[in-house]
Design a protein. Structure first.
Lengths: 244, 244, 244, 244
């Protein structure tokens, strides 16, 4: 029996991750990853209550043991021969905006761990499950990375953050070139603006000046539905009024 | 009475233009532009026969009189107060691949007329109708431009073609920054590969190595549906196996 | 007898063009082009008086006849077998900053003529003389184009200007890829800021906030001296305090 | 007494580093860094014998203690109030070209340490000495980073290498924006091709197809001489015949 492929989403908090989780859960069983169960539990519950299927797995994507344990849990839940239709890396190291000479080695290391090593380990864990998914999924298997303005612009005071966002983008681009010909759709999204999530809603911006997480989820879903003949590698998303 | 807004598509031939026309005709009455009625007539007929509403208008987008006459015909057909939900510039000057010293001034001028002046006149004609469309359309009014590999890479032997594709991209980018804050979604698509159309099907490429025009149309439709908080300015589209 | 190769500089006014002219006149006889003799005459005189060799030629680079006549004058002065060590395109269409819907077709055409057709005709006229210059010049023959911020960024209100600057950059890039392997060094400079020339000195900016034309000339000279193993295609130049 | 400022060059081996060291040693006393004394000793000796002044310091740029010890040695040799006219980061993690699923976490960590943390620690150590150098140096103090093709293109099989080169470039760009206004010239060079050094000479490429390290040194010197009004942030360098 060929089971339904699943979607794995890393970095599921109350904003973009949740919106992506809900979107993909409408089509696939999902595994939602976050370090802290508090962040994914409400979303897992909501999906399961509304007829979808979700599990949450506490995962530190920068720790290879934790990532391996995550894969084991996915297999326990969804079968040893589980296929992945979509793997989405929405995690990130902490946002850092600081004069360069005030940055510490620890901040750089943490930024590396969260953004670069995290995406590396997540990709190494999911690509083997993505590579053989085509026959069981309507759409080509997809590996999508969430980037930021700092993925393409190294602004002053962003030496740590932009460094790791550029790095993540390079990794995604290299994977797109290596795994596209093998049928995996690797894409990168430059989210250029403030996302409308609980934390940022306190900043006092106009609703219209913030990116709707559901629109990000819709864009990721559109990317996922693109056929093998027509892959998009990169999209940017920003509010209509954003200066860029 | 508030009438339905329409879509205007320039450069409607048997490939991408036709696919875009069919896609947008599912939601809007359409006006399809091409220099030669032979290219748009079958598409206009097919749309009208399948319950949609389409008119074809013979237009030389590089000629301001012809573009003005086009707008008049659109107004005759769809009303003087017609609103445009989507204007899509899919026209292009001829593809030219030639040693630089073999290019003539005439070739450069023709390339300018078809790609740059064409998009300029088309944008000037449609933007006033796009600017006031928001209230009557579910989605923000959209102005979308079709680009190519040569929009971002000036390869050897492409001095004329890449020159005008870079130019078109600059125009689109400038319009995105000027009209985004006014609510018009301006986007540019880098179509990076051979499109699967009648002409190219004779080239002997594998089906999978050519971009599906319907996937381009789907991507344009997705762009059109993005809310004002979440505009994409640029996407690239290429076959999974394309070298880039 | 093998005569000294010359340098041809288009767009010689009192600022950047003059600085480039003086710099290259220290090594080569020069031909200085401008539409109006008033702009090049003082520079021609100064070079000739200080022991260099310069001629001025009234040229409209956007007019093929004028460009042909220029080549004839160059040959009359410097010999039918004249070789060109460096050709520098520093001309430009007028700077235009205007709401898109206020632009006229004439403005776009003039911008095309000055920037794109001008560089096209200049390149077609000089490349044949550059191609065979290596043996007579110490440095590889060079074709250098002056760009601007708008060469890489299509800002709001710059639809005409950026369009043509992007186009110029594409042309330069295509030429670099076509003629590099033939030994001609084609380069493009993104001049990102206000240049310190008589006209802009009235704007009231701090001296330090404006680009020194002599520094541009030094950079072009450095580009010219790069050996065939080590060509730079693009440099950017901006004041230390410029926001970018 | 105001002593002459010095230049510090990290990553001094027999190729590019040596050429840069010789070039800057013609103007400044130099400190040459490499992990292994064997790589810098011949260059230190040659500079000292030809009338220059050089010291070599065994340094692991990815180790903060080692970098601190390096600064101490520099101060012992050149004075506690030493100023730095130019700091050049030419070190790199190992070149890695491998299928993504064959990469190990250790390879990624090593690549991070060598390229990203190394440049971070080097910049943090040298910037304070660069910031106050202007009055004692003829040219603005400069911090220059050596990049590669992989700094701007994430090719297949380059997930580890390109990731860290993109990261290095982001760091350099952020520093340029933060420290340019403070008078430090931060620049990044995209070395796009094989450099003509002992190791690569065995590869059998034509001499002309390899980048001359002395030309890289000349370019870095030119960057260093740019005045505060006219900083270049990025140059690319490649052989005339290189495909790009």
């Amino acid at each position: 029996m060929s089971r339904k492929p699943i979607a794995i989403i890393a970095g599921v908090g109350p904003g973009t991750g949740a919106a992506i989780a809900r979107k993909f859960a409408a089509a696939y069983p999902v595994a939602l990853l976050s370090r802290n169960p508090d962040t994914y539990t409400p979303i897992v519950d909501a999906i399961n209550q509304s007829g979808g299927k979700a599990i949450g797995i506490s995962t530190d994507v920068s720790d290879s043991k934790s990532v391996k344990a995550m894969v084991e849990k996915v297999k326990q839940e969804y079968g040893n021969d589980v296929k992945v239709a979509a793997a989405i890396f929405n995690a990130s190291g902490a946002f850092v905006r600081k004069p360069f000479l005030d940055l510490t080695e620890e901040v750089l290391d943490a930024s590396y761990a969260g953004s670069v090593k995290g995406s590396f380990l997540f990709s190494q864990a999911t690509l083997p499950l993505l590579l053989f998914s085509t026959p069981t999924s309507e759409h080509p298997p997809s590996l999508i990375f969430t980037g930021a303005t700092a993925s393409v612009k190294g602004s002053a005071l962003f030496a740590a953050f932009a460094t790791m966002k550029f790095a993540l983008r390079a990794q995604a681009q290299s994977l797109a070139r290596e795994f596209g010909p093998k049928g995996v759709h690797v894409a990168h999204a430059v989210i250029d603006g403030v996302i409308d999530i609980p934390k940022t809603q306190a900043w006092g911006l106009a609703k219209e000046a913030m990116i709707d997480p559901n629109a990000i989820a819709d864009a990721y879903w559109h990317l996922h539905t693109q056929p093998k003949t027509s892959f998009t590698w990169e999209i940017d998303i920003r509010p209509a009024g954003e200066k860029w």
